[in-house]
Design a protein around this ligand. Structure first.
Ligand code: ZN
Length: 86
């Protein structure tokens, strides 16, 4: 189980580096990969017991459907929803 955790961390870090370089981003709403200028981010904070956890959601800034879903996600914090893939 510990080795699996380490692998997950490495994968996440590599993905973060790719994003920092301005490459393509995947939209959390529709799942498409878009160029950086087309992707926007919304954030929300949820409580996990006494701990605040900040979640970021990426979405297509030029897609009304994705933007609507992203705003709904930000307005209704629900740790049971949108958990996977964030
Ligand atoms: Zn999208």
């Amino acid at each position: 189980m510990g080795a699996g955790d380490a692998h997950l961390r490495v994968t996440t870090d590599a993905r973060a580096v790719t994003h920092a370089l301005g490459h393509n981003w995947s939209c959390h709403v529709c799942g498409k990969t878009r160029p950086d200028p087309k992707i926007l981010v919304v954030s929300r904070t949820v409580m996990s017991g006494p701990i605040e956890i900040k979640h970021n959601l990426r979405y297509c800034g030029d897609s009304p459907g994705c933007a609507n879903d992203a705003q709904a996600w930000a307005a209704h914090p629900d740790p049971q929803n949108w958990h996977d893939g964030l």
